[in-house]
Design a binder for this molecule. Structure first.
Ligand code: ADP
Length: 307
C-alpha cells in the first residue's frame, strides 16, 4: 500500500446553536454547543484513512486544551499524527453560530495553522510519501515549499485550492492533480463554471498552465477529469437525498487519493470518490459524515447490481 501525506489545516469547530443571532451589544442564551473537529486538511486526511489509505498528517495544533483533542480525533480515524507540531498558543478554531432558521455566521481563527512554517514539514515524511495532499488553509509559503520538494522526490501532489485564491504562474507545473469545485475553477481561470462544457474549458486552461491532471467537481452534477495526455472522464454523481453537503469535496478528495495510492485506475478511483462523497452528503456533519471503506464498497456494489 502506498502512503498518503496530508499537509494542511486542523481546526476545532465550536458550533453554537441559537434561536436568533444577537444584535451588537446584546446578550442571549444559546441552545447548546458542539465541539466538532474540522479543517480541510484534517477532513481530507480522515476521509483518506477511512477509505482505506495509509495516511499521515503534517500540520500544527496549539498547546491549548483543543490541541490534544484534535490529535486524538485524528488518531481515532487512523491518521498518523507523529509529525503534527504542537505550537504555543491557540489551535485553529472556527466559531460558528447557527440560527433556528439554519443560517450561519462563522469567524475563523487560523491559530496554529497560521504559524506553520516550511521547517515544520519533515523532509523524511515527504521522501516516504507517494501522494501529498495540499489545500489553502495554511501559509502559502509552506505549500510552495512542499510543491518544490516533491518535484525532486517523485511524490505526486494533489492540490485543492480552497479557499480559492490565485497562485503564481510558476507553481502550476509543480502540481500533478488539481481538484477544484465550480467557484475555485472560476477564481483561478476567470471562466464561470456551471456545467460540463464550462468545466472542460476551465480544465483546459489549467492544463495549459502546466498542471498534469485537472478534476472539476460539479456538486450533484458529478465531476470531470481531464489529463494532459488527452484522457477525459465524466463521472456522474450518485443519486442521494442531500442532508448536509459540508465536507463533500474533502471526502471526495481524500477517498480519491486513497484509491489512487492503493493502485486503483483513475476512472475507477473517481467512481469510488463519488460514492464516498454521496454518502457524506446523505449524512449530517463534517468529519462525522465521512464514510468507511466498507460503506463505500457496498454502495458501489449496490449501484453495479442495479445497472
Ligand atoms: P465542494 O464540497 O468542494 O463544494 P462539490 O459540491 O463539487 O464540492 O462536491 C464534490 C463531489 O461530491 C461531487 O463531484 C459529487 O461527486 C459529490 N456530491 C456533491 N453534492 C452531491 C449531491 N447533492 N448528490 C450526490 N453527490 C454529491
Amino acid at each position: 500500500m502506498n502512503r498518503v501525506l496530508v499537509v494542511g489545516s486542523i481546526n476545532m469547530d465550536l458550533v453554537n446553536h441559537v434561536d436568533e443571532f444577537p444584535l451588537p451589544g446584546e446578550t442571549i442564551h444559546g441552545r447548546g454547543v458542539d465541539y466538532l473537529p474540522g479543517g480541510k486538511g484534517a477532513n481530507q486526511a480522515v476521509a483518506a484513512a477511512r477509505a482505506g489509505g495509509d495516511v499521515r498528517m503534517v500540520g500544527a495544533v496549539g498547546d491549548d486544551t483543543f490541541g490534544q483533542q484534535l490529535l486524538a480525533s485524528l488518531r481515532n480515524s487512523g491518521v498518523g499524527t507523529e509529525s503534527v507540531a504542537v505550537k504555543q498558543g491557540t489551535s485553529g478554531l472556527a466559531f460558528i453560530t447557527v440560527s433556528g432558521s439554519g443560517e450561519n455566521q462563522i469567524i475563523l481563527s487560523a491559530g496554529s495553522n497560521g504559524r506553520l512554517t516550511p521547517e515544520d514539514v519533515p523532509a523524511e515524511r515527504l521522501a516516504s510519501a507517494d501522494w501529498v495532499l495540499l489545500q489553502n488553509e495554511i501559509p502559502w509559503a509552506v505549500n510552495r515549499h512542499v510543491l518544490e520538494q516533491c518535484r525532486g522526490l517523485g511524490a505526486k501532489v494533489m492540490y485543492n485550492p480552497a479557499p480559492a485564491r490565485p497562485i503564481e504562474a510558476d507553481a502550476y507545473p509543480l502540481i500533478d492533480v488539481i481538484v477544484v469545485n465550480e467557484t475555485e475553477a472560476e477564481t483561478l481561470t476567470g471562466i464561470e463554471v456551471g456545467n460540463r462544457e464550462d468545466a472542460e474549458a476551465a480544465a483546459r486552461e489549467l492544463l495549459r498552465r502546466g498542471v498534469r491532471c485537472v478534476i472539476v467537481t460539479l456538486g450533484a452534477k458529478g465531476s470531470l477529469c481531464l489529463g494532459g495526455e488527452g484522457e477525459s472522464f465524466f463521472t456522474p454523481a450518485f443519486s442521494v437525498t442531500p442532508v448536509d453537503t459540508t465536507a463533500a469535496g474533502d471526502t471526495f478528495i481524500g477517498a480519491f487519493a486513497a484509491a489512487c495510492a492503493n493502485g486503483t485506475p483513475s476512472s475507477e478511483a473517481l467512481r469510488f470518490a463519488s460514492a464516498a462523497a454521496a454518502l457524506a452528503v446523505g449524512r449530517k456533519g463534517a468529519q462525522s459524515s465521512i464514510p468507511e471503506r466498507g460503506d463505500i464498497v457496498r454502495l458501489l456494489e449496490a449501484d453495479a447490481a442495479a445497472n
